[in-house]
Design a protein around this ligand. Sequence first.
Ligand code: NDP
Length: 327
Amino acid sequence: MFAGILINKDESGYRASLASIDPAQLPEGDVTVAIEWSTLNYKDGLAITGQAPVVRRFPMIPGIDFAGVVTESRHPGWQAGDKVILNGWGVGETHWGGLAQQARVSGDWLVPLPAAFTTRQAMAIGTAGYTAMLCVLALERHGLTPGGGEILVTGANGGVGSVAIAVLAKLGYTVVASTGRPEEAAYLKTLGAAAIIERAELAAPGKPLGKERWAGVVDTVGSHTLANACAGTCYQGAVAACGLAQGMDFPASVAPFILRGVTLYGIDSVMAPRPARDAAWQRLARDLDPARLAAMTHEIALGEAIAVAGQVLQGKVRGRVVVDVNR
Ligand code: NDP
């Protein structure tokens, strides 16, 4: 038997509990993994609390990511003993996920653990950090370079925001962090933010075009914040949108796009193809300072994940939460 968080939905309601699970119940897949570390991402918070219909099959083990060691493989790319990372692919939504001691998945979904990282560090980065890197890569492909102007990061204290700040600052960009928790300014500056602005400056309905300030944007928040970020982006600047912490709506005008040539990049980590994943993890190994990663990481035991999931959604958790599934 192995320990895992199990979500059930039936006549008595929607509930998550810590359970003892028979390995014979593991889903189809050609690779079995002994999980060492998982994480709590925003989406895991939604899944565990049931606040949004993230889970589409029951019972479900949540956890959209994990890092661990292959114990059995029928996949040509993997053998027992390989250290692997999984992000997305519907794991924790339609296929049993990472908040457990074991997982069985398709070998096509796995990426090798970069030599630079332990499995704990990989999950300190997690899907949030890998998504932050996908955002940075989109801005780089657009042609942004350090010294080219300020980069706005919204939802700065969150997992995506924290990693985006740390990576962009290490690369030499001038990062402005937008947060609803200005009391965390010292933390954000430790990560590398050059300046802090209040979330409220961007969160309310704004004008179609504002003063040109941002060379680029990493937005984790959506809604009016994303609209205002686009309205404040400089001529031919770029915005990478990956999140919806404020809302899924996008109450914007086309003005920034047709009058300033602003480009809006959509960032999806879940179904991203393998080359994009490999590129992101390789760049994380190069461009994320391990000391800054440690500064943003908070560790919990598997049994604490249900309680902390609610705090993630309330925006009370700073940086990243790693889950020791064997504790
Ligand atoms: P976290 O919960 O760690 O961080 C979200 C942050 O957003 C909070 O820390 C807070 O930052 C800010 N925030 C929270 N509520 C609001 C609000 N009502 N209005 C404005 N800002 C708010 O989440 P993650 O960093 O893990 O994820 C961020 C977003 O990115 C989520 O929406 C998530 O679903 C999405 N995501 C998307 C992925 C993709 O593939 N597209 C992959 C990973 C994440 P502060 O206190 O500093 O203001």
